[in-house]
Design a binder for this molecule. Structure first.
Ligand code: AHR
Length: 324
């Protein structure tokens, strides 16, 4: 199949060679690189920004991309990896929807001699040699940054008890597990903080709304802080908070993760208090690593993009548009 694909491209390659007589050999080498990329779904603006970033970078690097979207189902994603193996792609890149259950298909990739890069999310495996590298956020540190903001804010609140509700992401997904752990490792050591409930909103705006309705119905004005694991769910929750006649950012302190434009805009309006950055713009990092692998160079086992935090205490007037 791969050969057939290459044959189909041949006339185009010849044409390009004729037009650019001294096009560098490197470009030809890159054009031979075929990546099978399985995205886990389209659940958030973050995810859509991430897909676009990978597609754009592949185009800019002259790398062929076979793209598939698993529509939030692990079985789809496993089937997609199997079809990449059958097609004999040069490299598999995928964003695992959950951490467990990948050993069999990754063993098949290894038998086929195809390296695998985990992008954005991690896996739980007893055999670390089943993947070549992880490129994505340090989700634990994102949780820590959320807690650091809250500790600073609590200093101004002069309350003996601060009640937190938490809307977490997809169960068994890396960002959910690590954002929870990083946050609680800090906050739970401080006797002022009490987590009323942690509930999964699956990274979906619609579920963020449902979760917030449930939390307000259950705990009402006991809630001091909402810690939400992504902007989509936060936006849904804010709609509900306002419809209950409460003022987000004042009656309830709002901490969110991602940093999409809509959340930054609400931070500037005072309806969100803290945005922990998680960038979806991983395309260049992934393509650079893919080129290195193709050239036989070694690549780091773990690469985290640079990420920060934006809070109500910062001057945001010069913050450039987010692009997602
Ligand atoms: O894995 C990254 C997370 O997945 C983002 O925080 C979230 O928005 C996305 O759906």
């Amino acid at each position: 199949m791969k050969k057939l694909f290459a044959l189909c491209l041949l006339p185009l390659c010849l044409l390009l060679c004729a037009c650019e007589a001294d096009a560098p050999q490197q470009e030809e080498a890159q054009a031979e690189l075929l990546i099978g990329f399985s995205q886990l779904g389209s659940e958030s603006s973050w995810r859509i920004g991430n897909t676009l970033s990978i597609q754009k970078a592949a185009q800019e690097h002259g790398i062929n991309l076979m793209y598939d979207n698993a529509l939030q189902k692990q079985e789809n994603q496993i089937a997609q990896l199997r079809s990449f193996i059958a097609y004999q792609v040069d490299l598999i890149v995928f964003s695992p929807i959950v951490e467990d259950g990948w050993d069999n298909v990754l063993t098949e990739a290894r038998h086929a001699g195809i390296p695998v890069i985990l992008m954005d999310r991690f896996i739980n495996t007893a055999d670390d040699s089943l993947y070549t590298a992880y490129i994505g956020a340090d989700f634990y540190m994102e949780g820590v940054r959320a807690a650091d903001y809250l500790l600073e804010k609590a200093g101004q609140m002069s309350k003996e008890t601060i009640n937190i509700v938490e809307i977490s992401g997809t169960e068994d997904a890396t960002p959910t597990l690590h954002r929870y752990q990083g946050f609680h490792d800090k906050v739970d050591r401080d006797p002022r903080f009490h987590t009323l409930e942690t509930i999964s909103g699956d990274f979906l705006r619609s579920k963020g709304k449902e979760c917030m309705e449930y939390l307000l119905d259950t705990y009402g004005d006991e809630i001091d802080v909402l810690y939400s694991h992504n902007d989509g769910m936060t936006l849904g929750a804010i709609d509900v908070i306002q419809s209950y006649g409460l003022v987000p950012g004042k009656d309830i302190i709002i901490i969110t993760v991602d940093g999409e434009q809509a959340a930054i805009d609400l931070l500037k309006e005072g309806k969100i208090n803290c945005v922990v950055e998680c960038t979806p713009l991983l395309g260049d990092l992934v393509m650079n690593m893919a080129e290195k692998l193709k050239a036989g160079e070694s690549i780091p086992r773990t690469t985290h993009p640079q990420e920060g935090v934006f809070t109500e205490f910062d001057d945001l007037s010069t913050l450039p548009p987010r692009g997602y």
